[in-house]
Design a protein around this ligand. Structure first.
Ligand code: AMP
Ligand code: ZN
Length: 680
């Protein structure tokens, strides 16, 4: 009996959590209007994970836990599109655009309205829903036959797993990688010694074509949907209405779409985005102009491959010529040695550019980039300067292939290629360049966040042998600081204060700051939440790490290897002796999942006179037990606690059929519950 009740409760609770989490996620990813803190989301998510772990039969296809990726596929199944995905005819200038309008007007017999949309530079996808549930995602392929990428599409947060209406429909649109995600991904890949993506489009394509959906899940892809295969189940009569209707169903649609009443207006729209495209958070390669009215679209029909009722105005790619003057090599924190091209300054996409990363030796060889070559450069994701290609006709006669370095530019030790990496690496653990980068990382904003210690200051400290490792920072004295260039008394004191303050940081900052390979800020947080302190992490084993959400074998391996090093333990001892905090100061997720209280996630209203508590005490205690206390009774209220002489709120609660408690019942429940914030 008790068992059955628990299952009942779990079933109900899981459903509540799914609805709640899916709503928050829609607010965040689709509507761009988050209403709760990430930590609140995480807490509820953890609770759902815990319930599903106990009752796997409660996992549904629309559970947010299904977005983290699953098993690895052997290959992609083919998908035949019953209704093909069309491509678009292009125009490249105003004249061609106006000629398109002339053809339309001639066929229709009068001027028409156009729906103008941004041409998102991603990949077309087709998403199928049955009775409101997401069942299949496919790539465009050649328009008729694409690939089944359902598992990867599920990991895209803006794709609803359940629609707001239980309809069956196949929607189409673009899947893309936002510029920020692209830049971060490439930075990480370069630092880790992997090859980089040329642009967000390639990165999105590479992510959607991952056989391991866990990788796709980490790629921060997004979608804009703009049409359906068959308008049967929809009410819209125009493209502009279709966009609104798609948004209502729960899809992420692009808000820059605009209804234009003449081709002149279309041209104004194009000019506007020609100027503003750099500032958009995603890359566009043009503007799509569609005849708005579906009945007119039908009249115009299709050519063999594209609709006659639409055209794509293509922006010219911004590629600019310049000359490579020299190539510099720098050593990163993990020993990866990275080349940077230093070029004659030129303006590209709004800024002057004189440097571009060449990423790694293979990249230089592949593009056969040489000193004094004339190259075309562009901005990947409209942000990062990249060399597109060499203009070979302009290559100097005496040119020779660029010789890759064989030794570390800092410490002269021999460079190596590690397995599976394109990067050259210095593996000397005492390489000064790596030590300095390690210090920079330790003080950085997401790590220990010590202000006043810029790269110049740290470099001087290191060169003057004031600090050799991060623990030495905590032994610095004012006299030592005053020996540094440009550091006067005030600056020295500020630095000392900042260093002292950092001792109190919650431990995830320290974990991240240590620079353990593959352990980013997010992984550090997860480790801290789970293990509670640095000692516990240092003693954890491989199995207990991979058991954690989003921790893979590579991270686990790296952590275990790191802490198996004797020197690391010496460093920890030094940090401990200096008074650096090793404990996690936030709320531990698993404690939250363990909270047992009838107030958890309940909305409670207190009314009438309480005799055992003040209102404030009761409110604080309930909140500490995961409940929310509000002032007025509504349908959203779960429990009303009625003290003496309760009045209208009690009456209203009764009429709404809300659970009503006496003060005694509340007192008992409070006494039996465990608080959320227990000691670490
Ligand atoms: P193209 O690949 O140059 O032939 O252009 C056609 C492609 O543009 C379509 O297959 C879509 O993937 C893409 N596209 C991007 N944004 C839109 C949009 N708002 N409407 C229609 N197609 C779009
Ligand atoms: Zn070195």
């Amino acid at each position: 009996m008790a068992q059955e009740m628990t299952i009942d409760y779990a079933t109900k609770r899981a459903e509540e959590l799914r609805v709640q989490l899916n709503r928050w996620s829609r607010e965040y990813y689709v509507e761009d209007q988050p209403t709760v803190e990430d930590s609140v989301y995480d807490k509820h998510y953890a609770e759902l994970v815990a319930i599903e772990a106990n009752y796997p039969e409660l996992i549904t296809v629309d559970s947010p836990t299904q977005r983290v990726g699953g098993g690895v596929l052997a290959g992609f199944e083919k998908v035949t599109h019953d209704i093909p995905l069309y491509s678009l005819n292009d125009v490249f200038d105003k004249e061609e655009l106006f000629a398109f309008d002339q053809r339309v007007q001639k066929a229709i017999g009068h001027p028409v309205d156009y729906c103008c949309e941004l041409k998102i530079d991603g990949l077309s996808v087709s998403l199928r829903y049955e009775n409101g549930l997401f069942v299949r995602g496919a790539t465009r392929g050649d328009g008729t036959v694409g690939e089944n990428i359902t598992e990867n599409v599920k990991t895209v947060r803006s794709v609803p797993l359940r629609l707001n209406e239980p309809i069956s429909i196949e929607v189409r649109g673009e899947c893309f990688m936002p510029k920020r995600s692209f830049v971060e991904l490439n930075q990480k890949r370069e630092a880790a010694g992997h090859d980089v993506f040329a642009n967000p489009r390639n990165a999105a394509a590479g992510s959607l074509r991952q056989l391991d959906s866990k990788i796709a899940a980490k790629r921060n892809l997004d979608t804009f949907l703009y049409t359906v295969a068959d308008f049967g189940p929809m009410e819209a009569k125009t493209q502009y209405e279709a966009l609104q209707e798609l948004a209502k169903l729960g899809f992420h649609t692009n808000h820059e779409a605009q209804l234009c009443h003449s081709i002149e207006e279309v041209w104004t729209y194009i000019e506007k985005f020609h100027d503003q495209r750099i500032d958009l958070p995603y890359e566009i390669d043009g503007i799509v102009v569609k005849v708005n009215d579906f009945s007119l679209q039908d009249q115009l029909g299709f050519t063999v491959k594209a609709p006659r009722w639409a055209t794509a105005y293509k922006f010219p790619p911004e590629e600019v010529e310049t000359v490579i003057e020299t190539i510099e090599w720098t050593v990163g924190r993990t020993g990866v040695v990275t080349p940077t091209a230093v070029m004659t300054p030129v303006r590209v996409a709004g800024t002057t550019v004189s440097r571009a990363s060449l990423h790694n030796g293979d990249y230089i060889k592949m593009k056969d980039i040489r000193l004094h070559d004339t190259v075309l450069i562009y901005k990947a994701g409209d942000i990062i300067p990249e060399v597109a290609r060499v203009i070979e006709d302009k290559r100097p006669k005496d040119s020779e292939p660029y010789p890759l370095p064989t030794h570390c530019p800092e410490c002269e030790s021999e460079l190596v290629h590690l397995d599976g990496e394109v990067a050259l690496r210095c593996i000397n653990p005492k390489c000064p360049a790596q030590m300095k980068e390690g210090l920079n990382h330790f003080v950085s904003r997401n790590a220990m966040n010590i202000e006043g210690l810029g790269p110049r200051v740290l470099e001087q400290m290191y060169d003057k042998k004031l600090v050799a490792d991060v623990a030495d920072l905590y032994k610095l004295t004012e006299e030592e600081l005053l020996t540094l260039d440009k550091i006067k008394e005030k600056a020295a004191n500020n630095i000392l204060t900042a260093i002292a303050n950092s001792k109190g940081n919650s431990v995830e900052r320290l974990i991240f700051g240590l620079g353990i390979r593959h352990v980013g800020a997010k992984a550090a947080k997860i480790l801290a939440e789970h293990f509670g302190n640095l000692e516990a992490i240092s003693q954890s084993d491989f199995e207990s790490i991979i058991a954690l959400d989003s921790m893979g074998t590579i991270i686990a391996d790296s952590i275990v290897t790191y802490f198996s090093n004797e020197e690391v333990h010496e460093l920890m001892d030094e940090l401990k002796a200096a008074g650096v905090n090793f404990d996690y100061k936030g709320i531990r997720l698993e404690q939250l999942a363990e909270v047992e209280s009838p107030f958890k996630d309940k909305t409670v209203v207190l009314t009438g006179k309480l005799t055992q508590f003040t209102r404030e005490e009761a409110k604080a205690t309930i909140e500490n037990l995961g409940g929310k206390v509000t002032g007025s009774v509504s349908k959203k209220t779960d429990i009303v606690v009625a003290g003496e002489e309760a009045g209208s709120k009690l009456t209203k609660a009764e009429s709404l059929g809300i659970e009503i408690w006496t003060e005694e019942k509340m007192a008992e429940a409070l006494a039996q519950s465990h608080p959320v914030e227990t000691e670490n």
